[in-house]
Structures are given as C-alpha cells and as structure tokens.
Design a protein around this ligand. Structure first.
Ligand code: UDP
Ligand code: MG
Length: 266
C-alpha cells in the first residue's frame, strides 16, 4: 500500500468558542474519508472566551489535534505564521475556524496537491455575510495595492490557501517581516500554482473579529510595507513646502527693500 501523506491544517482561533465544536465536527467528517493522515493545528490567538479550554479538551481526546496558544492577541497573520512554522505535513492548508472557508473544498485541495501543485490560492466568488462596506473597501484595497506595488494581487484571494512542504519552507525561511500580508506572499512564492474557487458561506456561529478599524489598520500597514510610495509622498510634500518657504522668504525680503513693506511683517 502507498504511504499515507500528512495534511497539516492550520486554523486561527480568536474567541471562537461557539464555532469551534461545529468546525471540528465538520472537518473531522471530511478528513475521515480523504485518504490522507492529518494533524489539526489550532493557533489560539489570545482568546478571552472558552476557546482555550475547549482546544485543550480536544487535544486531550484527539492525538491529531495540536494547540499553540499565544500570550495575547497578535492578529490573524501572526497566528497563521505560527501554525505554518509548526506544521510537519507534506501539505499545509490554512483556514478560518468559523466554517466560512468550506471544509468541503479540502478533498479538491488534496487532489491538486497530488497532481503536484505547490501553491493553491482559494479565491472566493462571493462573500455573503461580509456586508457592502467590507466588500467595497476590500475592492478599494486591492486597487490601491495593485496600482502601487507592481504585483498583480488576485482580488478576493483569502486566508484560505494550500502550500506544499517546499512552498511552506520558503515562506518559513524568507518571509519573516513583522508586518505581513500572507495571502500576498503566497501569490508571489512562485512554484507550480493554481487557483480554486469557493463560495464563502455564512459564519457558523459567533461574530466577525475584524472590525472596520482593524481592517483599516491592516490595510494601511500592508500598503506601507509593500510600497515606498507613501514614504515618497511624505518626502515630496516636505521638499515642496521647504521650496515654497524659500520663495516666500526671498519675495518678502525683496518687497521690504524695494517697496518698504509694512513694519513687522518681514
Ligand atoms: N482571528 C484571529 N485573530 C484575530 C482576528 C481573527 O486569529 O485577531 C481568526 C478568527 O478566529 C477566524 C479568522 O481569523 O478564524 C477570520 O476572522 P473572522 O472570521 O472574524 O474575519 P472575517 O471572516 O469576518 O473577515
Ligand atoms: Mg469569518
């Protein structure tokens, strides 16, 4: 019999006590029949609800469950990186814990890995529960990113993606920036890559952990780290106002000497 391959599932968890049991049950069902060994790596990103305790119990019962717990909330990107660092699989798949990334896509992902793909970007066709503001700001974010960074990022790429062991190794060793844009890196890794589409479902339970404020901060950080344009704009503005200041200085002195401008002004 052929040797079974190992799939590492990396799942970020931030206050997901309501969704976790549903996710675990759903993913278990899919993994049972997929013909791969698996490990489930949950990264608890400083949850303040019962997630940590829930995960501890899961790990106690199921030897394939591994838990990494952060000391505080470091953000989704940091959680995914920590999970990828810990993953031992010949394939690594990152996904959310709220079932918005359908576990039903996993067999398809595994099929693509078997065909030799190294990078599989999951692109959502619709995001029903995101709301109009999030959808519009997301379009705007990608427009700015693509215009500024010179990389053509796939709009609607998600934090749902698959990496072969060697693609994950490159991500581990060469992408250690503090400000990260993981789904962007994934698209710039190279290797044999492909795109798989999925419809983002409704959140299984609980509510979104990404406030508009958090998203805005994330977007600004990402734009700054991918392009020097904001820095340049700052420099241009500074040099521009300095030059304008010089012109006004010279003009004022000339007016004073020539025409005797009112006292005190110059
Ligand atoms: N998440 C995280 N840290 C955070 C925020 C979110 O690990 O600071 C996790 C969250 O538990 C979920 C995933 O990242 O598994 C996506 O978050 P969410 O579903 O809240 O975002 P949305 O789908 O609404 O964009
Ligand atoms: Mg979600």
């Amino acid at each position: 019999m052929a040797e079974k391959r190992l799939l590492s599932l990396v799942v970020s968890v931030y206050n997901e006590e309501a969704a976790l049991p549903l996710y675990y049950r759903a993913v278990q069902q899919v993994l049972e029949s997929c013909g791969w060994e698996h490990e489930l790596i949950f990264v608890n990103d400083g949850s303040r609800d019962g997630s940590r305790e829930l995960l501890r119990k899961l790990a106690e019962r199921d030897a394939r469950v591994r838990v990494i717990s952060f000391s505080r909330n470091f953000g989704h990107e940091a959680a995914m990186i920590a999970g990828i660092d810990a993953a031992a699989g010949s394939a690594v798949v990152c996904m959310d814990a709220d079932l918005q990334h359908p576990v039903e896509s996993i067999p398809e992902l595994l099929r693509l890995f078997s065909e030799g793909y190294d990078v599989i970007s999951m692109v959502r066709t619709e995001n029903r529960s995101a709301g109009i503001i999030k959808n519009i700001s997301s379009s705007g974010f990608y427009a700015v990113m693509n215009a500024m960074s010179g990389t053509d990022f796939q709009k609607n790429a998600s934090d749902f993606f698959g990496l072969s062991a060697r693609a994950a190794a490159v991500l581990r060793s060469d992408y250690r920036e503090k400000v990260r844009f993981l789904r962007g890196y994934v698209q710039s890794l190279g290797f044999r890559s492909t795109v798989l589409r999925y419809a983002a479902g409704e959140r299984a339970a609980g509510h979104s952990k990404y406030s508009i404020r958090k998203l805005f901060r994330f977007s600004m950080n990402t734009i700054m780290s991918f392009s020097e344009l904001p820095l340049r704009l700052g420099i241009y503005a500074g040099v521009g106002s300095a030059l304008l200041g010089m012109v006004i200085l010279v003009y004022s002195l000339v007016m004073k000497v020539k025409n005797g401008a009112p006292d005190g002004y110059t």
